[in-house]
Design a protein around this ligand. Structure first.
Ligand SMILES: Nc1ncnc2c1ncn2[C@@H]1O[C@H](COP(=O)(O)OP(=O)(O)OP(=O)(O)O)[C@@H](O)[C@H]1O
Ligand SMILES: [Mg+2]
Length: 296
């Protein structure tokens, strides 16, 4: 199925391929065996860092995820898009078992981190959440100093050596593109920072414990355009080192920052593909209707 490019130009303009690089005909999309179970995706070349396999989740009687299969590739940005209530945050929270904290939740299927089932009895959930960090929609620094926020996870892990703490805090603040703005006031309250700075501090707090995967649930939706642009730049920079999954309502943002995009609807994964293909040549009519603004 081909979408009229003119209708989606505003979403994809920065990422549209030159005509001679576009897939020219049906079947030229790298259809590949081995992607069994994943809605519409070409086969991932690398083995997945993180994977949902026929994963379903129920809040009591309400089924919020319906047999979702999604492979997240290493050192890439995967965007999850879809209308409100479709299950994006639920899926994100399932990856590091944050839903365990909600009473009445039941799951079927598997979430695998590097091939290992995260629900296996031997899983250390604290260690799982160190390996798979999370950044939320609203910046949520603790009412502590900037330094103590960035050092929080390291202290939880038992790091006491001041010199090493300082080095790790500086490194994570640098990686979160915040160091230059805060290096002279590390002992000030984090709550005095702007919203965008607070969000970068939350990213630094997450990076400090050396995660493998970073989950971001609408990380820029509470920020102004300038702060949003900084977060987007940061995400692109971080993917060289980390695997990133980002939920966003903003399709332009998904197009700007992600390598692959997953479209969800009603708890199902409708389609998952390279971002440029999903936005230019979606396979499913539902995806086409969503990205062209017919609903949602
Ligand atoms: N703690 C909960 N208890 C019961 N039902 C929940 C809970 N959290 C979410 N749900 C329900 O599960 C479904 C999916 O919710 P979820 O928050 O994952 O959607 P979403 O795609 O992130 O939406 P939004 O874009 O509005 O953030 C919704 O029907 C929601 O009402
Ligand atoms: Mg949500």
């Amino acid at each position: 199925m081909t979408v009229e490019t003119s209708r989606i130009e505003p979403i994809l303009a920065p990422r549209l391929l030159p005509p001679n690089e576009r897939p020219s005909a049906e079947g030229a999309r790298g259809e590949a065996p081995g992607a069994a179970g994943e809605a519409g995706a070409g086969a991932p070349a690398a083995s997945p860092r993180l994977e949902a396999r026929a994963f379903s989740l129920y809040y009591g009687k309400h089924q919020a995820l319906r047999s979702v299969s999604l492979a997240i590739l290493p050192n890439s940005v995967t965007a999850i898009i879809g209308p409100s209530g479709c299950g994006k945050s639920t899926l994100l929270r399932s990856f590091n078992r944050m839903n365990d904290l909600i009473p009445g939740v039941r799951t079927e299927g598997e979430i695998r981190l590097l091939g290992a089932d995260v629900s296996a009895p031997a899983t250390d959930v604290v260690e799982l959440r160190r390996r798979i960090g999370m950044v939320f929609q609203r910046p949520n620094p603790f009412p502590k100093s900037i330094f103590d926020n960035a050092a929080f996870g390291l202290r939880m892990l038992g790091l006491r050596d001041r010199t090493e703490l300082e080095a790790r805090v500086e490194q994570s603040l640098r990686r979160a593109a915040l160091w230059e703005e805060v290096k002279d006031r590390l002992n000030r309250s984090a709550l005095q920072l702007s919203g965008g700075q607070q969000q970068r501090l939350c990213i630094a707090r997450c990076l400090a414990v050396e995660p493998e995967v970073i989950l971001m649930d609408e990380p820029a939706s509470a920020l102004d355009p300038t702060a949003t642009a900084r977060i987007e730049e940061l995400v692109l920079d971080l993917k060289t080192r980390y695997t990133i999954v980002v939920v966003t309502h903003n399709m332009q943002q998904a197009a700007r920052i992600s390598d692959r995009t997953a479209f969800m609807l009603g708890g199902e994964l409708v389609e998952h593909d390279e971002t440029r293909l999903l936005f230019t040549r979606p396979r499913q009519k539902l995806t086409e209707d969503y990205i062209t603004g017919r609903f949602g």
